[in-house]
Design a protein around this ligand. Structure first.
Ligand code: GDP
Ligand code: MG
Length: 598
């Protein structure tokens, strides 16, 4: 029975604890690729991921390992992303596994996302295999970390492999632990087909390709299948394994991980999380899905000067194919014209999409200030969900408003408790409690408005603790709050793209900061450009960009021709990233400056 020799697992870790490096070593050790052939961190294959050192899209790879018991095992490794924004993708990959290797840095110990990931794995009933990495570091303290794992997580850790993924030390211990501890898949290969789609992407030849985990039954080329969420039917054109790259096989059976193509033209017919079953003998119940993805942060994306709206739409559509968490719909802005309102998992997700649009699609984008979704209870008894601050009804129509709040866990050395408490206080946080992990480290639990978390909270925590603290948060619900719309006027014109919802008590301070920052980034014009912040009709802050001096211009136009050309070229370059609002040129960076506060 071949199931006995299959192990399906993920690697989970706090960011930077060495997940990708360990994945590389496992691939190397199982002889799939020699180290010379292997480009580093083969699973992190997007440029952006590599630069930022985070895994965004999950990747799957099939390893063959000859264990000490003399048997050959198939190890399907499903990579997971390691950032708080991407928990959704983590649970996606875990749903396809029976076990998870938990990597803990031997110097850092357990961090906020170590715990968050462990909880996700426990939710899926996975066997967790702890591994202590970076034992080559002089500051490594493996014995203490083992104790921490036992005390804080409640996992047996005395025999956890002690490894250095970097130096390739004791990697075999990890492979042996996977074989020993991760349960083999179960499920009847002759039963009714149920396969979980845990990822998908669009291929111009094959149509949508689904990455699947077969839980029951068998699927072959030529089979008629049905998607349980949409009832759409298809005929399988190809199934196979990821070895790496797609290797066609005759069939995939219960326990197997692989890919499936069925000339599926529309992405919406191949939803991640859906169950594939047989058309002729359909299953009665789909497989349990996992946490549904919810966009938490929204912003407008508009073409910069000279950019085509349609190109942006095409690019967003392409990105959405393998990023189910990205949503978008058309919207219009008075200041920026036609664009899109896009939904993201969090701020990092938003930044990554913006960067991908610029790099991979060579587009010039202007993104408006991010916003969360507010509930507005109106005096006429109705409730509306507000995504775009511009659409906020007038105060007279509003009975009260609610904003989303998150439960945040911040793990920090005790030295920084004061600094973190102050930061959370400033962000309207409500202290819940503090837990000791060891004598020198604690977890602080806070309730915080999401709208305070999306504006560089993560960076602020890192900078206030020299990088030692870590953060995890999850949506808790909504709470009533006194909120107002803060508007920005440039040259007396309201620029809707800058409008944001803020707490009443913060409006003055934010308005002033934004006006000051805009003053620095908006270039001088031939005329004076006033910048104002307003709540309703009340101006709460005012700055002025002075007019360009005459002699500067005279110099420009009087000078020699080459200099003038250079200047024009420079202006053109600058133009690319400008938007004209009224008669004022506003550079793209102006739209970003409103994001940063501390
Ligand atoms: P990930 O974010 O969990 O995927 O972590 P990476 O695998 O990208 O590793 C983060 C950093 O830690 C990189 O600079 C690695 O070179 C380094 N690293 C990984 N494993 C080890 C190790 O065993 N020892 C040391 N000293 N550094 C390591
Ligand atoms: Mg990584």
């Amino acid at each position: 029975d071949k199931q006995k020799f299959i192990r399906n697992f993920s690697i989970i870790a706090h960011i930077d604890h060495g997940k990708s490096t360990l994945a590389d070593r496992l691939i190397e050790k199982t002889g799939l690729l020699t180290s010379r052939e292997m480009q580093e961190q083969i699973l992190d294959n997007m440029d952006l991921e590599r630069e930022r050192g985070i895994t965004i899209k999950l990747q799957t790879i099939r390893l063959v390992y000859k264990a000490k018991d003399g048997n050959e095992y198939i190890l399907n490794l499903i990579d997971t992303p390691g950032h708080v924004d991407f928990n959704y993708e983590v649970s996606r990959s875990l749903a396809a596994c029976e076990g998870a290797v938990l990597v803990v840095d031997a110097a850092q110990g357990i961090e906020a996302q170590t715990l968050a990931n462990v909880y996700l794995a426990v939710d899926q009933d996975l066997e967790i295999v702890p591994v202590i990495n970076k034992i080559d570091l002089p500051s490594a303290r493996p014995d203490e970390i083992k104790e921490e794992i036992e005390d804080v997580i409640g996992l047996e850790a005395h025999d956890a492999p002690l490894i250095s993924a970097k130096d390739g030390l004791n990697i075999e211990d990890v492979l042996e632990a996977i074989v020993e501890k991760v349960p083999a898949p179960t499920g009847d290969k002759d039963g009714t087909l149920r396969a979980l789609i845990f990822d998908s992407y669009y291929d111009s030849y094959k149509g949508v390709v689904a990455y699947i985990r077969v839980k029951e039954g068998t699927v072959r080329k030529g089979d008629k299948i049905k998607m349980m969420a949409t009832n759409a039917n298809f005929e399988v054109t190809e199934v196979g394994i990821l070895a790496p790259g797609q290797v066609p096989m005759e069939k995939l059976s219960a326990g197997d991980v692989g890919y499936l193509a069925a000339s599926i033209k529309e992405v919406k017919n191949c939803r991640v999380g859906d169950t594939i079953t047989s058309k002729e003998h359909p299953a009665e119940e789909p497989l349990p899905g996992y946490k549904k993805v919810v966009s938490m942060v929204y912003c407008g994306m508009y073409p910069a000067e000279g950019e085509d709206y349609n190109n942006i739409r095409d690019a967003l559509e392409k990105l959405q194919v393998n990023d189910a968490a990205l949503t978008f719909e058309p919207e219009t802005s008075v200041a920026l014209g036609f664009g899109f309102r896009c939904g993201f998992l969090g701020l990092l997700h938003m930044e990554i999409i913006q960067e991908r649009l610029e790099r991979e699609f060579d587009l010039n984008i202007i993104a408006t200030s991010p916003s969360v979704i507010y509930n507005i209870y109106k005096t006429d008894g109705t409730m509306m969900k507000l995504q775009n601050p511009t659409n906020m009804p007038s105060p007279a129509e509003i009975e009260y408003m609610e904003e989303p709040v998150v439960k945040a866990s911040i793990m920090t050395p005790t030295d920084y408790v004061g600094a973190i408490m102050e930061l959370c206080q400033n962000r309207r946080g409500e202290f819940m409690n503090m837990e000791y992990i060891e004598t020198t480290r604690v977890i602080l639990h806070y309730r915080l408005p999401l709208n305070e978390v999306i504006y560089d909270f993560f960076d602020a925590i890192k900078s206030k603790t020299k990088g030692y603290a870590s953060l995890d948060y999850e949506l808790e619900g909504y709470q009533r709050s006194n909120l107002v719309k803060l508007d920005i006027l440039i040259n007396s014109e309201l620029v809707d793209a800058f409008s944001m919802i803020v707490h009443e008590d913060k409006a003055y301070e934010r308005g002033r900061t934004i006006a000051e920052k805009l003053k620095d980034v908006i270039p001088r014009h031939m005329f004076v450009v006033p910048i104002q912040a307003a709540v309703g009709s009340k101006i709460i802050a005012r700055e002025t960009v002075k007019a360009m001096r005459k002699d500067v211009l005279a110099k420009c136009y009087g000078g020699d021709i080459s200099r003038k050309k250079k200047l024009l070229a420079k202006q053109k370059e600058g133009k690319k990233r400008m938007r004209q609002i009224g008669s004022v040129d506003v550079p793209q960076e102006a739209f970003l400056t409103v994001l940063k506060f501390d």
